[in-house]
Ligand binder design. Structure first.
Ligand code: NAD
Length: 498
């Protein structure tokens, strides 16, 4: 059986810790590969290679750095099918969905082709007599990224594309669940012309993460995953003097106003609630119809659509969604569905008994729909991260607005309405980072920044877009005066420009 090692100094290497984890095919429940878990020696090797390569890369002019990404985008397109199938075989999502995962990362690589412009500095001529002042953006040095299982192509690229384009070396610690695509992404970056040592993939678990957080030569850490780990990584990174941005879990609501087109809203809820088996941080997991009449009509439209969903392995091109990622994940989801029933929510569509013929050991969960969910229930408070949609009925707009406002998470939210006033009021008032108006999954394009509010994020700069250039660079401001502008004699008072 193949053992996946690490990608260090431009090549695949075996790990030296002797520890491994299993990689599964979620459709069959079978172990398909072993994964080396990095120890301190592996991390040090990666840091040493990064330290040796980074100054030369930072000194490479930005147009040449951009050209690596031009070639890389081409390589991603050329290898799309192979990458998508590999991704699906470890994640479980459909091949078409995996292509979307790769495409949204590819778009970040396209965005950073603009690095000569994006990293340009600011200049003030004549800030004082004979004095010019300018600010430049220099790379942090060595950056690290710790990524979740649910987007093993897109999220690594959110991080390493801007970090590397800015002149940093980067160490990626992908999820243990689906490490093969991140390894291929690093190989393709090399094929595109990236010098060795600039992008390394260090596979591992908590031990590798803690090693990264504590390493004094790593200057910045980006994390995406669940909220408890995001909070931990943020606190540890700060403790060790690192710049950090950490992104956590979500509970995304969709408000459906009485004037909305209910067929459109129902279709949007099906795609956003059940696509990728609900394992997206921007999945809609709560529908909030406003008024009893809207709620009754919406549930009536949702029910047959959910019952008709086709579940299957990634090899089935007709499947709407596949299995969830692990056995533990399946058990957690089913446990929460049981909890919802015992809490008194009405299980309108019951996917608990779903059996995928021929794949009895796979981690398949049938689609579930809950109605009459209330905000004190655990199924409302907790992120389920599975194919489970909850309907929380609101009597009016204010009650609907209060739900995402008061929820612990604030990643994404949507409103379906034909009323511009309501949409504008909602977008202005709701304390959530990404808002969709008649758009169910309002994930910003690569040239805008991505990030939530409240306990969906710790730190202040978001992923990709303009924020990413700020996160992966440090500002240096230079004040200069040439001898002809200097008056003789020392000055002891605070220098001011008069
Ligand atoms: P996770 O938190 O279990 O793992 C994320 C990363 O942290 C992995 O690389 C893992 O190896 C590492 N890790 C796990 N436990 C650790 C520990 N105790 N100490 C240090 N590191 C540890 O998350 P996951 O299950 O892979 O991903 C799903 C979660 O990610 C969901 O909560 C989802 O909402 C969230 N997510 C958020 C966003 C966002 O942008 N806000 C995007 C995608 C996913």
């Amino acid at each position: 059986m193949e053992t996946i090692g690490h990608f260090i100094d431009g090549e695949r290497v075996a790990g030296s810790s002797g520890q491994t984890a299993d990689v599964f095919n979620p459709a069959t429940g079978q172990v398909t590969k072993k994964l080396a878990l990095a120890g301190a020696d592996d991390l040090q090797r990666a840091v040493d290679a990064a330290k040796a390569a980074q100054p030369g890369w930072a000194a490479t002019n930005p147009q040449r750095r951009a050209r690596v990404f031009m070639k890389y985008v081409q390589l991603l397109n050329d290898n799309m099918q192979e990458l998508a199938e590999l991704l699906s075989s470890e994640h479980g999502k459909t091949v078409e969905d995996s292509k979307g995962d790769i495409q949204r990362g590819l778009e970040v690589a396209e965005f950073v082709i603009g690095i000569p412009h994006l990293q340009k500095s600011e200049y003030t001529e004549g800030a004082g007599p004979g004095i010019d002042m300018y600010s430049i953006r220099q790379p942090v040095g060595i950056g690290a990224g710790i990524t979740p299982f649910n987007f093993p192509a897109m999220i690594p690229m959110w991080m390493f594309a801007p970090a590397i384009a800015c002149g940093n070396a980067f160490i990626l610690k992908p999820s243990e669940r689906d490490p093969s695509v991140p390894m291929r992404l690093a190989e393709l970056m090399m094929e595109a012309g990236l010098p060795k040592g600039i992008l390394q993939v260090l596979n591992g678990d908590k031990g590798a993460v803690d090693g990264i957080l504590q390493h004094q030569d790593i200057g910045a850490v980006s994390f995406v995953g669940s909220t408890p780990i995001a909070a931990y990584v943020y606190a540890e990174a700060a403790k060790y003097g690192k710049r950090a941005q950490t992104f956590g879990g979500a509970k995304n609501h969709m408000i459906v106003m009485p004037d909305a087109d209910l067929d459109q809203a129902a279709d949007a809820l099906i795609g956003a609630g059940y696509g990728s088996a609900g394992e997206r941080c921007m999945a809609i997991s709560v529908a909030v119809p406003v008024s009893e009449e809207t709620a009754n009509a919406l549930v009536e439209k949702l029910t047959p659509r959910i019952e008709a969903l086709k579940i299957g392995p990634y090899t089935d091109s007709e499947a709407d969604f596949g299995p969830v990622v692990t056995k533990a994940s399946k058990e957690k989801i089913l446990g929460l569905v049981e909890k919802g029933v015992s809490e008194g929510a009405k299980l309108v569509v019951d996917g608990r008994g779903f059996n995928m013929q021929g794949y009895e050991d796979g981690y398949f969960v049938g689609a579930c729909l809950f109605d009459n969910v209330t905000k004190d229930m655990d199924i409302y408070k907790e992120e389920i991260f599975g194919p489970v949609l909850s309907v929380v009925r609101a009597k009016d707009y204010d009650e609907a607005l209060a739900l995402p406002t008061d929820h612990e998470y604030g990643n994404g939210v949507a409103i379906y309405t034909r009323d511009g006033d309501a949409a504008r009021d909602f977008a202005s008032k709701v304390p959530v980072g990404m808002i969709g108006v008649n758009v169910p999954i309002p994930t910003p394009m690569a040239y805008h920044s991505f990030g939530g509010w409240k306990r969906s994020v710790f730190g202040d700069l978001n992923q990709h877009g303009p924020d990413s250039i700020k996160f992966w660079t440090r500002t240096k401001t230079i004040t200069s005066r040439w001898p002809s502008g200097i008056k003789d004699g020392a000055e002891f008072s605070m220098p001011v420009m008069r």
